[in-house]
Design a protein around this ligand. Structure first.
Ligand code: NAP
Length: 308
């Protein structure tokens, strides 16, 4: 029986682990794949205070060292579901049943699929959702990036250092990405920004991507572009199917400002919850609050600590 089980080893989960260890809670962190979360595949982070420029993997190694240095126990397992038995939470996992007084769900989110013809067929054969992982396969080759958020614009800039040319295709006239990312994309000599266009189809030859078909949303004009790689960054889906708590229409877990979910003793932190900003800095704050509130819940059976 653990006091606290944290599910997910990204910035929110590792921060919760650091706070829980310092509170001397008997804590277990469960991670499905590798510690670090989505941010670990980010080429460079330039907005985490104290680190003007650091790789995602480098920053997450520091989080991991910090948490493990405090003795945080980590188990690699897949959590299938959480049942509530009185005040005990029972987790069914690929490594057996685990029990805890409180749970913090910090499972983050995964890249969303666009559903374009050819996308599924060519995933791993030119279609990618991770520039850091697959970018090096496209050295001196033309690629397309689809999307207009921070991920798309930032990864287009990263890819422009490897690829011969990057076509950045966005469905609207205005990007939602941070201005600094936009400025970098606009000033990169080999990025062609194509606005008000959508990806209609991905075509291949010999099992590999060769062309991307895009359409102007205003004129319906079709354009076929030579691209050996198509990187799709059109948002994220939260990893929350396994937990039965109240969620928003996108599947993100609803919490209050104490990170409490609709089920007492189950907290959520980071990208898996409804939040106006998905950043390492905000995930870290969520993780700290969730661990603090979980401790209050474990000690008192209910929350007695009011948020200031
Ligand atoms: P996002 O901000 O939700 O942006 C998704 C983009 O994909 C939007 O531009 C959206 O277009 C477009 N899109 C969505 N569905 C589409 C469709 N069916 N067809 C064509 N385009 C479509 O997602 P994200 O960029 O992955 O970022 C996720 C979160 O992580 C955000 O909160 C972001 O700020 C954060 N993040 C921050 C950084 C950073 O360096 N600060 C880096 C990466 C991510 P519309 O704009 O028209 O809706």
């Amino acid at each position: 029986m653990y006091d606290l089980i944290i599910i997910g080893g990204g910035p929110a989960g590792l921060t919760a682990g650091i706070y829980a260890q310092r509170s001397r809670l008997k804590t277990l962190l469960i991670e499905k794949q590798m510690l670090g979360g989505q941010i670990a595949v980010s080429d460079v982070i330039e907005n985490y205070p104290g680190f003007p420029s650091i790789s995602g993997a480098g920053l997450m190694e520091k989080f991991e060292e910090h948490a493990k240095g405090l003795g945080l126990e980590v188990k690699y397992a897949d959590v299938y579901n959480i049942a509530v038995e009185g005040s005990t939470k029972v987790l069914k996992t690929s490594e057996g049943e685990l029990r805890a007084k409180a749970i913090i769900v910090a499972t983050g989110a995964k890249p969303r699929r666009l559903g374009a013809p050819g996308e599924k067929e060519y995933t791993g054969k030119g279609v990618s959702y991770c520039a850091t992982c697959d970018g090096p396969f496209f050295r001196k080759l033309p690629v397309m990036v689809v999307g207009g958020g921070d991920t798309a614009v930032k990864e287009a800039v990263y890819l422009s250092k490897l690829a011969s040319k990057v076509y950045l295709v966005h469905r609207r006239e205005k990007f939602r990405a941070e201005k600094m990312h936009q400025e970098k994309a606009e000033s990169a000599a080999n990025i062609e920004i194509i606005k008000s266009h959508v990806l209609k189809e991905i075509k291949g030859e010999g099992g590999l991507v060769k062309k991307a078909v895009i359409q102007n949303v205003n004129t319906s004009e079709i354009r076929e572009i030579d691209a050996e790689g198509v990187f799709i960054f059109v948002g994220i889906n939260p990893t929350t199917d396994f937990v039965d708590v109240e969620k928003d229409e996108g599947g993100f877990i609803k919490t209050n400002q104490k990170m409490e979910t609709s089920v007492p003793g189950i907290f959520a932190a980071g990208d898996c919850r409804t939040t106006p900003l998905l950043q390492v800095a905000t995930a870290v704050g969520d993780g700290a609050i969730a661990a603090y509130m979980a401790e209050a819940y474990i000690e008192n059976g209910e929350l007695v600590t009011e948020c200031p």
